[in-house]
Design a binder for this molecule. Sequence first.
Ligand code: 8YV
Length: 313
Amino acid sequence: MSKPHLLVIGPFPDADLQPLERDFTVHKYWLAEDRDAFVAERADMIRGIATRGDRGAWRSLIEALPNLEIIANYGVGFDAVDIDCARECGVRVTNTPDVLTEDVADFGFALLLAVARQIPRGDSHVRSGKWCDGPMPLGARLFGKRLGIVGLGRIGSAVARRAAAFDMAIAYHDIAARDDLPYRYVDDLVALARESDFMIVTVAGGAGSAKIVNADVLNALGPSGFLVNISRGSTVDQAALLEALEDGKIAGAALDVFEIEPINDPRFNALENVVLQPHQASATVETRQAMGQLMRDNLAAHFGGRPLLTPVV
Ligand code: 8YV
């Protein structure tokens, strides 16, 4: 029996590609020189797309594939997939929830500590020899401080559990309060910022959360407040953030996600009070293996005529 044709947006590591190549005829989109022509030449054959959370699948691509049945997303966030278009075209969409929650929360906590305790700056203080000229400026304490969580979903709750072990006072903002968790709900994001020493963004990306962390929120966080973003760059007004960092309106920020990836705005490089990471909160061997497996299990379920494991659409 011939294998279904799969458009792999990628890039994916070999550990994920090899099992895909065993079960599918794989078309490697990311290696194509002329991507539109590449898609056009194969358009009728393609029945599935394997994509990443940061690449997704966009309307013109979905509409160019008349026999597309499923988009399997390697990531919990599916904001880069045009969900409306997938629905209109009768295309199923899956994501990879749960398997990455704990590693992403660990990374959020690593960023809280990194920016508060200036860990990257300390590293460069030693490497550059500046240590011989004197000590670094003092950092900020994390233990016992007030943490505001923006979006108390799976990852936000996992961050909260870690914060509890640091004796932090935990409050959160979301579209509604959760009565299954003991943390304090604040129904206004500016108020949450005003009442936080550290604010961490864990809300899902997409139209509903676009630029919710704006200049008002940053001003309310204030000159001794820190922002950490492990959700999507789209949730923060990056121009307002740069201005707040440059003008000392907030104390610092640690960012794993940006408005445009993978391009770095050079204005960040001039700032000592930021920690910058290449969208790697889920990037452990263990989690990425589990994400790849879940993505493939969804594809196998679909093409095997079984129910999808983690459907979005
Ligand atoms: C990415 C993520 O999928 O899960 C998400 O929503 O953003 C990540 O895990 C990963 O970086 C690969 O694109």
